[in-house]
Design a protein. Structure first.
Length: 190
């Protein structure tokens, strides 16, 4: 139901209409509805699941430290209740809009990567390192690559996506193990 129709109906019934969800809440709602119910089979082969708790990493959800202009990664336990209840307030939060818009394409990236590399920085908890055993790669124009990181979650017995973003090939060369564990034949690249 459209928001204006909801508002009119609520007004006719004498009910207060809830505010429209903020952009981060709307992105989470779409992610849970479209991505979380699916699993993706990859050429590695891996079976990848999408979990709601990975949403903050996939969109680079950040929060401002109280009383400062310093932004840090938002932690799932601090935002999960509000997101799951549909009442998230994005005051003092931000996310990467490019990652949000690319979120629905992550399944395609995993199904049809150009290459899959071992992640050289997995397990090393330094700034700038990303958890994930494998890096799925699709090459794009303008000297960019789109990457997604996958990790076996031993406590749940499934493999999940830990992060996904666009970057430069140079960054990838610094993080990716060579040779690739999988490389699509150039003739069949889509």
């Amino acid at each position: 139901m459209r928001n204006d129709l909801k508002t009119e109906l609520a007004g006719a019934l004498g009910l207060e209409t809830p505010p429209a969800p903020c952009a981060i809440q709307a992105a989470f709602n779409d992610y849970v509805r479209k991505m979380c119910p699916i699993t993706v089979e990859t050429p590695l082969p891996e079976t990848i699941s999408f979990l709601d708790e990975n949403f903050p990493h996939l969109v680079k959800l950040e929060t401002r430290l109280p009383g400062s202009e310093v932004w840090v990664n938002a932690k799932w336990p601090r935002v999960s209740d509000a997101l799951k209840r549909g009442i998230f307030d994005d005051t003092d939060y931000r996310c990467d809009p490019r990652r949000v818009s690319a979120l629905s394409g992550v399944a395609h990236l995993l199904r049809s990567p150009h290459r899959i590399h071992p992640n050289l920085r997995h397990g090393d908890r330094k700034l700038g390192n990303i958890r994930g055993e494998h890096i799925y790669v699709r090459e794009h124009a303008k000297n960019q690559v789109w990457v997604a990181f996958t990790l076996k979650d031993d406590r749940m017995g499934i493999t999940v996506v830990t992060s996904s973003f666009y970057t430069r090939p140079q960054w990838l060369h610094e993080c990716a193990g060579m040779p690739a564990a999988f490389e699509r034949d150039r003739k069949s690249r889509q």
